[in-house]
Design a protein around this ligand. Structure first.
Ligand SMILES: Cc1ncc(COP(=O)(O)O)c(C=O)c1O
Length: 337
């Protein structure tokens, strides 16, 4: 009988089980909402990225359905061949206006936006200076670029400065931080990092996945929150979290976006969004502009929840955002909780 060449995977999984780190996927029985049912149990859902409740908003549903009826369920092609529909172009125009930048390109996800951007604008001769808690998609994007990666301790601008100061003058340097850190919920020190980037001529990049729809005027993100417009060369955002649908985008100069059209591999080699996704995102932008009370309610809920957890004696770390870690200290215990 043929020996299973993948049997080492079962052994690895057994080790995870012994360590209490094996994951069972919870099944959401209905829609992604604040009160819902997972594995047939009614729960209050505090674990999704659906910050504003837009995943089930009637206006997004209606626009997505209307786009499906009018334009079909798929785009049928990658963007560069036949898959750029007018609704994709309209979403990019609206996002560029919203973010107050020259241009935007939408990717299939925030993950592919990062993967595609680093790997196209950097080469193996270049250097990335990256916060130690930056998201996995940033780490993977940097690896794809084959640039040298220098990691600085979390939010430690002095340590980042010490790294940049000692680098050779020749290579291109890119400084990258999450706008909101996805596990701890604290904010990247944008003004100080922008100043560092300016002093040493680095490209400044921010991943605002968890800030889009949450921070800044009408949810424009941390660049707006900190008032550093024009000082961040590359902004990444997602449409999969507060915006409620799916996708990622890069916002910046016309040249940056044109270049990504020519070099970003997920843009070139993976099919674009169904029209319903673009339509839902357009509706979400309209809502962010028309109903800022959605964001106010998010912040009211955040203050209520975080104060309650603290009163109950939980350690919620140093969060400055709706992301509320409950720090347990032990992996297995955290899985149990
Ligand atoms: C900081 C950050 N960047 C990018 C992503 C990926 O975004 P998406 O879920 O749209 O792929 C995430 C998702 O958790 C994130 O936290």
């Amino acid at each position: 009988m043929r020996r299973d060449p993948l049997d080492y995977l079962s052994r690895e999984l057994d080790t995870l089980k012994e360590q209490g780190l094996y994951r069972h996927l919870r099944i959401l029985d209905g829609e992604q909402s604040h009160k819902t049912s997972f594995d047939h149990r009614q729960v209050v859902n505090l674990s999704s990225n659906n910050y504003l409740g837009l995943t089930t908003h009637p206006k997004l549903r209606e626009k997505a359905l209307e786009a499906t009826r009018r334009l079909g369920v798929g785009s049928g092609s990658v963007r560069t061949i036949a898959g750029t529909m007018s609704i994709h172009a309209e979403l990019e125009r609206q996002l560029a206006a919203f973010k107050q930048v020259d241009a935007v390109v939408v990717f299939q996800s925030g993950f592919t936006a990062n993967a595609g951007t680093f790997s196209s604008i950097l080469t193996k001769e270049d250097i990335v200076i990256s916060d130690e808690l930056n998201h996995a998609s940033i780490i993977d994007g940097c690896r794809l670029s084959r640039a040298t990666i220098k990691v600085f301790p979390h939010k430690d601008v002095d340590a980042a400065r010490a790294i940049v100061r000692d680098l050779p003058a020749g290579p291109r340097k890119l400084l990258i931080t999450d706008g909101v850190f996805s596990m701890d919920g604290d904010l990247g020190p944008l003004p100080a990092l922008c100043a560092l980037a300016e002093e040493y001529g680095c490209i400044m990049m921010v991943d605002d996945a968890h800030a889009s729809g949450v921070f800044g005027r009408n949810g424009r993100g941390t660049v707006d929150h900190f008032g550093v417009h024009g000082r961040v060369d590359v902004q990444v955002g997602t449409l999969s979290k507060a915006v409620g649908a799916l996708g990622g985008y890069v916002a910046g100069s016309r040249a940056l976006i044109d270049f990504l059209h020519h070099r970003a591999r997920p843009f070139l080699f993976s099919t674009s969004h169904p029209p319903a996704v673009a339509a839902a995102c357009l509706a979400a932008i309209e809502l962010l502009l028309a109903e800022p009370q959605l964001i106010e309610r998010l912040w009211d809920n955040t203050r209520f929840f975080q104060a309650g957890l603290k009163t109950l004696g939980f350690d919620t770390g140093l969060s400055e955002s709706p992301i509320t870690p409950v720090i347990v200290g032990d992996g297995a215990k955290a899985m149990q909780l």
